[in-house]
Design a protein around this ligand. Structure first.
Ligand SMILES: Cc1cc2nc3c(=O)[nH]c(=O)nc-3n(C[C@H](O)[C@H](O)[C@H](O)COP(=O)(O)O)c2cc1C
Length: 206
């Protein structure tokens, strides 16, 4: 009698086990924006920058990699053909000129946005706007029916109105709420930045 109940219990455990592991897999996949093909496009500058000194990896680049870790997305860096000045003040002056003239600096390489469902677009806040090479990139592509998710690093201005600029530039896309991370936090407090990124992704992946 005792043996029979142990056998019944074992059978029940075995019967339930495969279903449990299957539903766990489903949950893990669910976190990855329901298996959507994800691209992370970003612009980021190295050299002398505000509040962080001379950096080898840009602040936005660090956040872009954290998003890629979380989403299994593909990274693409927008690189201008002509590098921006290493010195912070020279870069600030050039960026101001480019914004005022609504310039479209030439960029290296490309990636087919059209092959992806979800596209994160990342950039530093430059003069309350995106660096002009981001516009060069956006204007090369068809954004119809894409989900676009902005993120930016900054030193006090947050996203400014860049979410609206992206909505205007990425015609036909659904633009989700963006993330802003202070550049010096991305550079110097990466655990804190990673948690912020994880929470934000968890919120829009629900
Ligand atoms: C040309 C230039 C303009 C900037 N303008 C602003 C600004 O208007 N508001 C702000 O909060 N930060 C501004 N910053 C600071 C950057 O947004 C911040 O350092 C950012 O994290 C740099 O990202 P990156 O390392 O990925 O290039 C500016 C920096 C540069 C180089």
């Amino acid at each position: 009698m005792k043996n029979k109940s142990i056998l019944t219990l074992l059978t029940m455990i075995l019967a339930v086990t495969p279903f449990t592991s299957c539903s766990q897999n489903k949950q893990n996949n669910g976190k990855n924006m329901e298996n959507k093909k994800t691209l992370i496009v970003f612009f980021s500058r190295t050299g002398e920058n505000y509040g962080v000194g001379d950096i080898n990896k840009g602040n936005t680049h660090i956040i872009a990699e954290m998003i890629a870790e979380q989403t299994n997305g593909t990274l693409f860096q927008v690189v201008p053909e002509k590098e921006y000045p290493h010195a912070y003040n020279d870069c600030v002056a050039l960026a101001k000129q480019e914004k005022q003239s609504n310039a479209r600096p030439a960029i290296k390489g490309d990636v087919a946005v059209e092959d992806y469902d979800v596209i994160y677009i990342g950039y530093p806040n430059w003069w309350a706007d995106m660096p002009m090479p981001i516009y060069t990139f956006i204007e090369k592509h068809n954004w119809q029916n894409k989900t676009v998710i902005p993120f930016c690093t900054h030193e006090g201005s947050g996203l400014s109105n860049t979410e609206d600029y992206i909505k205007k530039a990425c015609k036909g896309a659904t633009v989700l709420q963006g993330l802003e991370v202070q550049g010096s936090i991305a550079q110097k407090s990466q655990d804190q930045a990673r948690k912020t990124v994880q929470n934000w992704i968890a919120n829009h992946s629900k």
